[in-house]
Design a protein around this ligand. Structure first.
Ligand code: UDP
Ligand code: MN
Length: 279
């Protein structure tokens, strides 16, 4: 589709490993859209070359020109203390401030429509119809209980690049005393209070596998998103319980073909949310 692109973000070599698997997976779905990797200078040259060879289009970006006060408030040790991650672990290289760099996709004005996808995700089926969805669509941040459908997850979303939008975002982002608990996610949910919901299958969060197993329906899943612990950090505290989901990531990352989704193992755990009152 001309004028359309998938966009991801990579600010260190760790996430370049994720982006490589993401690009491979997208190409396996048959998409011909550009796959833009916004990256900072911190990423090694050979990693960037690999991403290009896989079919990515490199776009070097700077971190946002945020104030010292903003940077201090969102520094890794400060944010992890004020707003701890008590549901799972973040990788050691996860730098909360870097997340805001996602907003730079609104500067990619050469594209009419983009779909942003976190580097810790893989596509299982073609997602090109996302380019026909309006700004701003995102899936619910559901991975623990059905009560979370009102929350938005900013790992996958649709947008219309526009310099004026980007400028407005910068002004609203970095105001005196600003603290965005979950970084770009909290900001985007505030900036687009009437966000449209994508089907949850466009952003199937890996914890659904063990927390809400009845929601896990392989043939419906478009994108799997490995939030918290990363599949390239395998083994990690959740890797045994997530084994089939992580194995799929390795298969794609290591050059394998996409399996027939209907043949993949189903989650085995009991679903506590599957009571009669939820029927
Ligand atoms: N990211 C990055 N470097 C960082 C942190 C984040 O490049 O230090 C990018 C990367 O694309 C990543 C996304 O921002 O997938 C959001 O972070 P992450 O996926 O770790 O958050 P989670 O999905 O676990 O909430
Ligand atoms: Mn993510």
């Amino acid at each position: 589709m001309p004028g359309a692109a998938y966009v991801t973000l990579v600010t260190n070599d760790d996430y370049a490993t994720g982006a490589a698997a993401l690009i491979r997976s997208l190409r396996l779905t048959g998409t011909e859209a550009d796959i833009v990797v916004m990256h900072t200078v911190a990423v090694a040259g050979d990693r960037l070359e690999q991403l290009e060879r896989l079919g990515g289009t490199l776009q070097q970006v700077d971190l946002l020109p945020t104030s010292d006060a903003f940077n201090r408030a969102h520094a890794r040790d400060v944010l992890h203390k004020v707003a701890p991650f008590d549901k799972g672990d973040k990788p050691p290289l996860h730098t909360p401030l870097d997340n805001f760099t996602k907003l730079r996709l609104w500067e990619l004005a050469r594209y009419d429509a983009v779909a942003f996808i976190d580097a810790d995700a893989i596509a299982l089926q073609n997602c090109d119809r996302l380019f026909r969805y309006p700004e701003f669509c995102a899936a619910p941040n559901v991975y623990e209980t059905m009560g979370d459908f009102h929350r938005m997850n900013s790992g996958i979303f649709t947008a219309r690049p526009d310099l004026a939008t980007f400028e407005t975002m910068l002004t609203r982002l970095d105001t005196p005393g600003a603290f965005w608990r979950r970084t770009d996610q909290t900001f985007l949910q505030r900036f687009f209070p009437d966000w449209h919901g994508l089907p949850v299958y466009y952003n199937m969060l890996q914890y659904v596998w063990f927390n809400l197993p009845r929601l896990w329906h392989w043939p419906s899943i478009r994108i799997v998103h490995y939030q918290y612990e990363k599949p390239w950090a395998d083994p990690h505290p959740k890797s045994e319980i997530l084994r089939p989901v992580i194995d799929l990531w390795h298969r794609i990352a290591e050059g394998g073909e996409m399996p027939d989704l209907s043949t993949l193992p189903r989650p085995g755990a009991e679903d506590e949310n599957d009571g009669p009152d939820e029927a």
